[in-house]
Design a binder for this molecule. Structure first.
Ligand code: AVI
Length: 324
């Protein structure tokens, strides 16, 4: 049997992803597709919610430990070239704490924010030139692996930042793979700084992903609006709900879109319809929470050693310095 012919629209990554994800049992869609313009705006709102503790906790942690973190990342000889790479920098609000500290203490370094979206980097570079005009910035619009490989050939220390507990959005096997790939081009002189959200009161974790104002629900449901717009789907948002649970055994927050009635959804770009039973779910996101032991194991599996473990006063969040 020959493969079905794809129309030009269907050849997009999103279309292929939806075709596969909605044909599976259970149905899944990746949280990677949350971040269109509206999704990015809603995520900014999430980070300011009273229930969503990770962002403000990591911000406070970086403020409190900036001297020690700076010392752990910078080379011991001040003349050695030093590159601070950041994977998925976002608005750079947290990173600016470290950048400002390094500049104020005379570090000679280049900041290399890496993002697949040029638009995301443009905003960051503009705000940096206003706020930290003496900072040397070399933005790289590319994927993380390419950026690391390109930087590997440049002499000097590379310190790679992956903040915000983005690592928690990978499934365990993908996370292992990602960390190994990150570690591969690094030498013993290089460093990684990774943000991990820690396991804590399960109710507090659950509340962070099901806020009373409904912003997280809107963020999850926005994925369906995106499919309606970009793939000509006809999801009726009145018949979908956001649901989230936290499993303290696996450390996973899992988010779902729940079909509140039996329904059929047409996706025009795929020329395909999908059936949903009443209360059937689409699994849309994982946000894993970690323990210190687990972080040590993850590091070891990727050939890395934990050098420093920085936490806030409540042990909610950790920024961990790793070395090959
Ligand atoms: C981007 N990422 C670390 C967030 C998290 O906490 O997993 C995304 C998010 N999803 C719902 N709220 C926030």
């Amino acid at each position: 049997m020959s493969a079905p012919t794809l129309t030009p629209a269907v050849s997009s990554d999103l279309a292929r992803h939806v075709a596969q994800g909605l044909s599976r049992s259970p149905k899944t869609l990746s949280s990677m597709y949350f971040y269109d313009d509206e999704g990015s705006r809603l995520f900014q709102q999430i980070m300011a919610l009273p229930e969503y503790y990770p962002t403000r906790t990591e911000f406070d942690l970086l403020e409190a430990h900036q001297v020690a973190i700076g010392a752990a990342l910078r080379p011991s000889t001040p003349d050695e070239p030093f590159f601070l790479l950041e994977l998925g920098a976002g608005d750079g609000l947290k990173t600016k704490i470290l950048l400002r500290h390094l500049l104020e203490t005379g570090a000679n370094f280049t900041y290399v924010p890496v993002d697949i979206s040029g638009a995301a980097l443009e905003g960051l570079v503009a705000s940096l030139s206003q706020e930290l005009p003496t900072l040397q910035v070399e933005p790289q619009v590319t994927d993380y692996a390419t950026a690391l490989t390109l930087m590997a050939s440049r002499p000097g220390r590379k310190a790679v930042l992956f903040l915000g507990s983005n690592i928690g959005n990978f499934l365990p096997a993908d996370r292992r793979d990602f960390l190994s790939k990150l570690a591969h081009p690094l030498t013993a002189n290089d460093r990684l700084l990774i943000g991990f959200d820690l396991q804590k009161d399960p109710r507090q974790i659950r509340a962070a992903y099901d806020d009373t104002q409904g912003v997280t629900a809107a963020f999850n449901l926005n994925l369906l609006t995106r499919l309606n717009r970009e793939l000509g789907a006809d999801f009726e948002l009145d018949y979908w709900q956001h649901y989230t649970d936290y499993d303290p055994l696996s450390g996973a927050v899992r988010s779902f879109l729940v079909s509140t009635r039996q329904q059929q959804v047409r996706v025009e770009a795929l020329q395909q319809s999908f059936d949903f039973n009443a209360w059937e779910v689409i699994h849309t996101e994982n946000s894993y929470k970690f323990t210190r032991t687990l972080i040590g194991q993850l590091a070891a599996e990727a050939g890395l050693a934990v050098q420093h473990f920085f936490t806030d006063t409540h042990d909610y969040f950790a920024d961990v310095v790793l070395a090959p």
